[in-house]
Design a protein around this ligand. Structure first.
Ligand code: FES
Ligand code: FES
Length: 168
């Protein structure tokens, strides 16, 4: 049994009750993934599993045997930031930065959902191709809270990068 975290096979926790969030932070020392509410309400703990966004505080690590988990630490290529990371800097998409890893992982997963044509609550036509308008991004990212109120910069960064890939 192994969890593939940022491309590396790792041992799962011995205790099956350990959340994926605690396993990432406390055992693997990948502290980029943040613990906010620890009950599925803030999005700070969002990571990608096989490209889909999940809340790692609500997941048990042992559920993810053989799955590819990507955390914020796995997005950059060496010294080259992921384009969305760079856009967050360019657009002042953070202040304290606590929500930022979850925002970035969530936005990448959100864009993949849009590419697959998954509609949101504000999509007028359920069968149409998804265009990530500001309203769509706001709705689709509404599970990621930012207590600093950096949402304008966050949305701008997303629209410049991952949303642009979908809207084009
Ligand atoms: S820490 Fe997981 S949703 Fe808040
Ligand atoms: S940048 Fe502080 S909570 Fe979002």
């Amino acid at each position: 049994m192994s969890l593939i975290v940022n491309g590396t096979a790792t041992e799962p926790p011995a205790d099956p009750r350990v959340s994926l969030l605690d396993h990432l932070r406390e055992t693997l020392h990948l502290a980029g993934t943040k613990k906010g509410c620890n009950q599925g309400a803030c999005g700070a703990c969002t990571v990608l599993v096989d490209g889909e966004r999940i809340l790692s505080c609500l997941a048990l690590a042992v559920q993810y045997d053989g799955r590819a988990i990507t955390t914020i630490e796995g997005l950059a290529e060496g010294d080259a930031l992921h384009p969305l990371q760079a856009a967050f800097i360019e657009h002042d998409g953070f202040q304290c930065g606590y929500c930022t890893p979850g925002q970035i992982c969530s936005a990448i997963g959100m864009a993949a959902e849009a590419r697959r044509g998954v509609p949101s609550h504000v999509s007028a036509d359920l069968d149409a191709e998804v265009t990530l308008s500001r309203e769509e991004v706001q709705e689709r990212m509404s599970g990621n809270l930012c207590r600093c109120g950096a949402h304008n910069g966050i949305i701008a960064a997303i629209q410049q990068t991952v949303a642009g890939e979908v809207a084009a």
